[in-house]
Design a binder for this molecule. Structure first.
Ligand SMILES: [Zn+2]
Length: 328
């Protein structure tokens, strides 16, 4: 199993919530990995061994994750799948929490590939996992809604929707009732943002996804319709570059007070930009684990906020704790 070193940091954050992480194989290859030590899974066809995520995290996230180049995208897709297979199990995830000093992780399922039940089981084994749920669009609407209500009773702390992998626009009619259920309860709703492919063009799953569903204009429609809900557009609106600024403009124009931004795939400059654009009460630490290695991200965040312990605690803990209904 991978061994993670605790990074050298300017200070040790006193408590950390990682708002956005994954357990299990969120992709359609759907390996049964959540509760097993990482074992042998053959590399995806054509995998060269090059991991752009590693390159990016070691360089401090000084450039966007998603680039407009098919070859580079394919390498990222392969490396992402391998990261999931090697790391998105409970054991490796516990090891990274130990090394990075993470107290809690929001565990975000993506049906039909990973489920609330997996996140819930993980939370029973280790209370550091905070289970989110996800609508099961394969069910008739009344059953889907009954299931989500039961999930809340069973401990779901927020809603996750992945428009690309679930192949449903976040503004689709089918998302309305789940959004209204969580929104009316004041619980946070997070959904993937960012135009990026999860499958190479030759994958049988490619046709089942629509990457345009990650575009920022859907957020515009959402905020129009539900300006007061607690929203967390994932990855600060996207990972191509420029989305954070566009999102900030949109949120300011609508006057929305409950749009929170998380820091996955961002380094020191990106985190400073989050603070500048969204303010100290709306920014949260996140890694999209297993895609970002949490040790690197904690180190960059500690560097970004080392001069202001109050802002650091809000970013690392308080803001996420508030919207997850945890102790402040
Ligand atoms: Zn994610």
């Amino acid at each position: 199993m991978e061994v993670f070193k605790t990074p050298e940091m300017p200070f040790k954050p006193k408590r950390i919530i990682d708002y956005h992480t994954h357990l299990g194989d969120i992709f359609h290859e759907n390996q049964n990995i959540s509760f097993k030590r990482p074992g042998f899974v053959a590399d995806p066809p054509g995998f060269t061994g090059f991991d752009p995520f590693k390159d990016l995290e070691e360089s401090g996230y000084t450039r966007p994750l998603i680039v407009d180049d098919v070859e580079a995208q394919n390498k990222l897709i392969d490396a992402g799948q391998v990261r999931i297979w090697q790391r998105a199990n409970i054991f490796t995830t516990q090891a990274i929490m130990d090394a990075a000093g993470i107290d809690y992780m929001g565990s975000l399922p993506i049906l039909p590939n990973t489920s609330f039940e997996e996140a819930l089981a993980a939370s029973k084994l280790d209370p550091r996992f905070i289970p989110f749920t996800c609508p099961d669009f394969d069910l008739p609407e009344d059953e889907m809604m009954a299931k989500l209500k039961q999930d809340i009773k069973n401990g779901a702390k927020g809603l996750k929707i992945h428009p690309i992998i679930q192949n449903v626009s976040i503004t689709d009619k089918r998302c309305e009732k789940p959004i209204e259920l969580f929104g009316d309860l004041g619980m946070s709703i997070t959904y993937h943002c960012g135009v990026n492919d999860y499958y190479k063009a030759d994958s049988p799953h490619h046709a089942k996804t629509n990457l345009e569903y990650g575009a920022l204009h859907y957020t515009l429609d959402l905020l129009d319709k539900y300006p007061d809900y607690v929203w967390v557009p994932a990855h600060g609106g996207g990972s191509c570059g420029g989305e954070l600024e566009a999102l900030a403009e949109l949120v300011a124009k609508k006057g929305c007070k409950n749009v929170y931004i998380e820091s996955s795939h961002r380094g020191v400059d990106g985190m400073h930009q989050m603070l500048e654009l969204f303010g100290e009460d709306r920014i949260m630490f996140a890694t999209d684990w297993p895609f970002d290695t949490c040790t690197w991200s904690v180190k960059y965040a500690a560097e970004a906020f080392k001069d202001d312990p109050v802002v650091a605690d809000k970013f690392f803990y308080r803001n996420a704790a508030r919207i997850l209904g945890m102790t402040l």
